[in-house]
Design a protein around this ligand. Structure first.
Ligand code: SF4
Length: 346
């Protein structure tokens, strides 16, 4: 049976091939974004990027407009990001945009139990976007299943216990997941799909309005980087390789798992960095949330909670968490902070 997406689906999921076909079929020329009636779309796209980047905020953008507006807003956002070419901002936008799509998918899946066509449309989205067969479990409402290897390939990126295969319901070669879990499992892929869309845009003559907005974005980023260019620990110090690796990951705008954040935060606190300085650094994380970050740092530093100050994890523990990047400088040490001591003696 051929399943056709409705315009409402295209408005919610403008990353789908059907949305690109719509642009193609209407013979829309990118330079049309310079027409005065298009300034609304350009501004809307820029405000959305700004809100994701500055406020880590998606909720203002849950309300869906007409599908033509949503598709063009998505396209204009990609153009602005392509023109600005700032990796961290692109990754952050992709993560927040995928979280927004995630919300629609969860709502739609939850509402699709009595509507077989709707359900088929959503499963088609999984097939088209993630190249995977997701099956609805007929006997138990609200449950979906995917093949075990497909599950392992994706869940390996999650560090929380609940994602370990041993903690899942597995039957006849399938892993069972509820609606939120099945959607969450694909967040990384959706985010990568958006990044790829931006990277794969080729030979573009950017509309003037797009160039103006991307320049604004670059200016903002330059000003932020002046502030956040923290000379992490003293330049002359021996930075533990595990910590050095985390700095590099942070600089590329990749996300860090909870265990890595804990290691970095405790190490920086031990090195004498203030909560303020560490919060600035963590702003590079795609899912940065200032309130939560401050709360966690205050907790780790013993300023809140039980007043217990958390110490930097041992090398043994760091190794167990696959965060160790041992080199010769680590010889004979049992905790990364010993390298700071080493520096002081030099
Ligand atoms: S041996 Fe210790 S200090 Fe060195 S990289 Fe591994 S965890 Fe870090």
């Amino acid at each position: 049976m051929s399943i056709k997406l409705g315009t409402n689906d295209l408005a919610k999921y403008p990353f789908l091939n059907e949305a690109s076909l719509y642009i193609k079929d209407t013979h829309f020329d990118l330079l049309e974004f310079d027409r005065s009636e298009m300034s609304f779309i350009i501004n809307r796209s820029f405000e959305k990027i700004e809100s994701f980047i500055k406020n880590n905020e998606t909720r203002h953008y849950y309300k869906i407009d007409k599908f033509e507006i949503e598709i063009l807003t998505f396209l204009a956002s990609l153009l602005i990001l392509k023109s600005a070419s700032i990796d961290i901002i692109t990754k952050k936008f992709a993560l927040f945009e995928s979280m927004r799509f995630e919300k629609y998918l969860i709502d739609d899946l939850k509402n699709s139990f009595k509507d077989e066509t709707k359900r088929l449309i959503l499963l088609k989205i999984f097939k088209e976007v993630f190249k995977i067969d997701v099956y609805a479990e007929t006997k138990t409402i609200e449950l979906y299943k995917i093949r075990v290897p497909e599950y392992i390939r994706r869940s390996i990126l999650f560090h929380e216990q609940e994602w370990k295969l041993i903690n899942r319901t597995v039957k006849d070669g399938y892993v069972y997941l509820d609606v939120s879990e099945i959607v969450r499992l694909f967040r990384n892929e959706l985010s990568l799909l958006i990044i790829d869309k931006i990277k794969n845009m080729k030979s573009i003559t950017f509309p003037k309005q797009v160039l103006i907005k991307s320049q604004k974005l670059k200016n903002y980023w330059d000003s932020v980087n002046k502030k956040t260019d923290v000379d992490i620990v003293n330049k002359k110090s021996v930075t533990p390789p595990c910590i050095d690796h985390l700095y590099r990951v942070l600089d590329t705008g990749e996300n860090l798992p909870h265990s890595a954040r804990l290691l970095l935060a405790t190490f920086l606190l031990f090195s004498g960095k203030s909560i303020e300085e560490i919060t600035e650094m963590f702003k590079k994380l795609p899912d940065f949330n200032e309130r939560i970050t401050r709360y966690q740092l205050e907790h780790l530093s013993g300023k809140t909670g039980s007043s217990k100050k958390y110490f930097v994890p041992s090398c043994e523990k760091i190794k167990m968490e696959n965060l160790c990047h041992e080199t010769n400088v680590c010889k004979g040490i049992i905790n990364p902070v010993q390298l700071l001591g080493k520096r002081m003696k030099i």
